[in-house]
Design a protein. Sequence first.
Length: 114
Amino acid sequence: MLKFYSGLFKSMAYKNIDDYKEKTTKFSTDNRCTGCMICKNSCPRRNIEIIDNKPAFGGKCVLCTRCINICPENAILYDGVMRKQYKGLNSKKRQDLHRKLRYNIGKGKGREVA
């Protein structure tokens, strides 16, 4: 696990604020995105908006990579590359979390932070 994160953070490391701003604009999605809004509801900075049923990433990102790791389709790319997801949750807990995040969308609660 540490090897995965060290490689990911090394690719996202920055030396000054301009580098940081540039790195936060490198998130995108591919055609596997279903518009489920789990990424939006899990973002701790509320940096993700849904436009035309796809996530749009703003400028408040803190590079926590929660969106990459929580996406059920692994459709979120960083710098055009699909990153390996951290699988710390077993599949049952992961499914329960996804169900909870989707449920709160339908109930109008807006977001739920895991």
